[in-house]
Design a protein around this ligand. Structure first.
Ligand code: ATP
Ligand code: MG
Ligand code: MG
Ligand code: MG
Length: 576
């Protein structure tokens, strides 16, 4: 590729709304261009990296036996009504109407459509297992789109869905995807960690997230350097607040008044939850008599889900197990979590908690009193329904750095991460809702057991840059660089020799299948180098009259402190 035939558009300054380095550098290097909040054009330079990421993902998915298809972006509402997600998903789900006033959604994920395909196409046990995937545009109307394409509203995801005849076989499919993900993120050249994760709104049995380690990550991970224990803090983020240890919020020392929208305790709690990366809260209170004896102790569970969208805030005053929320005694919570209810989080943030009394909290009455959805599934603290697995219970503790890990192998450490991939063992949640059955050996219909597996294709660009940059710009891992090698001839337009040598090296590298860019724009060396350092091409060769006189070119790796002279005749062997 020659620069004059490509499109290069670099900026000296990043736009003011770019908060983190990857967003700034992507804008400055001309990889993406903003169209609206959370909506970006993938510009030619950025698209090259996206295609390489997709290529690696496709390669490993195919190797793992998954089969590519392509499902529509626009999907009929009926399927989403069938699983109940039409009502459950809240404003993150973009709904549209066609000219006949029929309801559609712009897909945020594709469980419904793939299950609809499976129930029609997979009729017999002989056709199982099957794993289908696609790489497709997603839309999620994120409450707070930010960091460029890292948390966009429109973005590209690879999503795969496995169908098995039983749980044991589904676990194998899950493991295959897990292993494929490890290979994918290794090939992408990223430092990552697979962590046990919340099964969230999608529901299900087992789940792991693939987290790229970066200080700007929105997730916090607890892990044990001495073992393979690692979990998203979401699992460990149950925040238990007691009268004794409610230091950050004095108001919490009072007994809350369940169900009263004006209750300052609840309002403050929700403000707290809304203001932090906290998704669930456990409030424990001891009611004392005049003598100071505890006459009643209770725990009020509040839950905040998703990206703290007010509509996703769920809380209940309902006694019993109706919505998965209930009151419990302090003794019960101790027995359940194996620790005293205490102030647990937000873990890893290091700053003291600031209570933000969000003005919207004043309108909380509906939430505080209601949200008793029959099938409401929530994070690790899964009271009254399928109780958490023992090791998950161990997660929900007063986690601070240095605590012993649940496997007892060493002290816990905490670091921040960017969720780039997520695997779920779904079980029969969707197949049951949509009656997706196959006929077993005895001709009896059985529910298919499913798994689903996502990778944030476009988010990976941001995550890779967060991990690989310096003061001059991006430092792409070779595998996903928009170009692997850039040839920078000095005096391409003046010197016949430089031009001939550059053209020849360019053609030879191309013939070898190396992704090479020849900068024939005739820019001054300083400006030319600055552009390619900003764009982050990992290998650079400078050709000049002076060097060529001695039969040399200059090679410099993007991380090298200086250039090395290489014999021009050996440049090819050196670069391949
Ligand atoms: P997050 O916790 O960051 O909101 P999620 O858990 O909602 O992500 P999943 O439903 O697990 O996301 O989707 C699979 C993958 O899609 C995620 O692991 C992530 O890499 C990517 N992804 C999710 N939301 C976005 C977004 N708004 N912009 C870019 N990529 C996203
Ligand atoms: Mg999300
Ligand atoms: Mg997540
Ligand atoms: Mg996820």
């Amino acid at each position: 590729m020659k620069a004059s035939q490509f499109f290069i558009s670099t900026l000296k300054e990043a736009p003011a709304d770019a908060e983190i380095v990857s967003h700034k550098l992507m804008m400055r290097a001309g990889l993406i261009k903003r169209l609206g909040a959370g909506i970006y054009n993938y510009m030619p330079m950025g698209l090259r990296t996206i295609r390489k990421v997709e290529g690696i993902i496709r390669d490993e998915m195919n190797r793992a036996g998954a089969i590519e298809l392509l499902m529509p972006v626009v999907q009929p509402a009926e399927l989403w009504q069938e699983t109940g997600r039409w009502d459950k998903m809240g404003p993150e789900l973009l709904r549209v109407k066609d000219r006949h006033e029929r309801d559609f959604i712009i897909q945020p994920t594709s469980e419904e459509v793939i299950t609809d395909i499976a129930r029609q196409e997979l009729r017999s046990y002989r056709q199982l297992p099957k794993n289908f995937y696609h790489i497709q545009t997603k839309f999620r109307d994120e409450r707070r789109p930010r960091f460029g394409i890292m948390r966009g509203r429109e973005f590209t995801m690879k999503d795969a869905y496995s169908f098995d005849r039983d749980l044991a076989s589904a676990r194998l499919s899950y493991q295959q995807m897990y292993d494929a993900y490890v290979r994918i993120f290794e090939r992408l050249g990223l430092q990552f960690r697979a962590v046990a994760a919340d099964t969230g709104a999608i529901g299900g049995d087992a789940s792991h997230e693939f987290q790229v380690i970066a200080d700007t990550g929105e997730d916090a991970i607890v892990y044990c350097p001495q073992s393979d224990y690692a979990a998203n803090i979401e699992l460990a983020e149950a925040v238990a607040l007691t009268a004794e240890r409610a230091a950050p919020t004095q108001a919490l020392a009072k007994t809350p008044t369940p169900g009263k929208s004006t209750c300052p305790d609840v309002a403050e709690l929700l403000g707290l939850a809304l203001s932090r990366t906290v998704k669930s809260l456990v409030l424990a209170t001891d009611e004392k008599n005049e003598a100071g004896e505890v006459v009643r102790s209770q725990v009020w569970l509040l839950l905040v889900r998703g990206d703290h969208d007010l509509n996703e805030v769920k809380a209940s005053k309902v006694e019993g197990l109706k919505a998965g929320f209930r009151f419990a005694t302090v003794a019960e919570i101790e027995a359940h979590f194996g620790c005293k209810p205490g102030y647990l989080g937000p873990i890893g943030l290091k700053q003291p908690v600031k209570v933000v009394a969000d003005r919207t909290v004043a309108n909380m009455s509906d939430f505080v009193c209601g949200a008793n959805e029959a099938d409401f599934h929530y994070t690790g603290v899964n009271w009254g329904r399928d109780l958490p697995e023992p090791d998950l219970v161990a997660d929900i503790r007063n986690v601070v750095e240095g605590d012993p890990s649940p496997d007892g192998k060493g002290p816990l450490a905490i670091q921040r991460g960017i969720e780039v991939g997520h695997v779920f063992l779904l079980g029969t949640k969707y197949s049951a809702a949509m009656n997706a059955t196959y006929l077993d050996e005895n001709g009896k219909p059985q529910l298919m057991v499913m798994g689903c597996y996502g990778i944030g294709v476009t988010r990976i660009l941001g995550a890779a840059i967060e991990q690989n940059h310096d003061e001059r710009g991006i430092v792409w891992p070779d595998a996903i660089a928009p170009f692997t090698v850039v040839l920078c001839p000095i005096g391409y337009d003046r010197s016949a020799e430089v031009k001939a040598a550059a053209d020849r090296l360019h053609d030879e590298l191309l013939a070898l299948g190396v992704d090479v860019m020849l900068d024939d724009r005739g820019e001054r060396p300083g400006a030319m180098f600055a552009d390619w350092e900003l764009i982050g091409v990992p290998h650079r060769v400078v050709l000049s009259d002076r060097g060529l006189k001695d039969g040399k070119v200059e090679y410099q790796g993007r991380r090298d402190p200086q250039a090395t002279a290489v014999a021009a005749s050996e440049a090819l062997a050196f670069l391949r």
